[in-house]
Design a protein around this ligand. Structure first.
Ligand SMILES: [Zn+2]
Length: 124
């Protein structure tokens, strides 16, 4: 789903899109000349691969996601919560994609390995 910056005004626009097992649902609101605020919730199950045993598993996700979307380059502003869409089109799928990529890039253990870890910590 792509939404043009030009279509977003002071009245929130609702959106919903599902990608790779995750649903992003929320609203878009214009906050300044070139910026839109995205207020949403990411919910679903992400396929992850355990960093210890290499088993695939599903990670349940349910988290609020608030971002500022800009239609102009925001160089110089070192803010991770800003996403740029220089072509003037907000691509909801690419937002979900980057959230999932951020999750899978982090170090993560499957439930079996994290349980084993906790058990070991208790022994010491
Ligand atoms: Zn594991």
């Amino acid at each position: 789903m792509k939404i043009s910056f030009a279509k977003i005004g002071k009245t929130p626009i609702e959106f919903e899109e599902t990608l790779r097992g995750c649903r992003l649902k929320g609203s878009l609101l214009k906050i300044s000349r070139h910026e839109v605020e995205l207020d949403s919730t990411l919910e679903g199950e992400v396929e992850m691969i355990c960093d210890r045993c290499a088993e695939e598993y599903l990670q349940r996700v349910e988290s609020p996601l608030k971002l500022t979307l800009s239609e102009v380059a925001v160089e110089g502003r070192n803010d991770l919560d800003i996403m740029e869409f220089p072509d003037g089109m907000i691509d909801i799928a690419s937002i979900i994609e980057s959230e999932i990529n951020a999750m899978t890039a982090e170090y993560h253990y499957c439930p079996v390995c994290s349980e084993r870890d906790e058990a070991q910590e208790l022994e010491f």
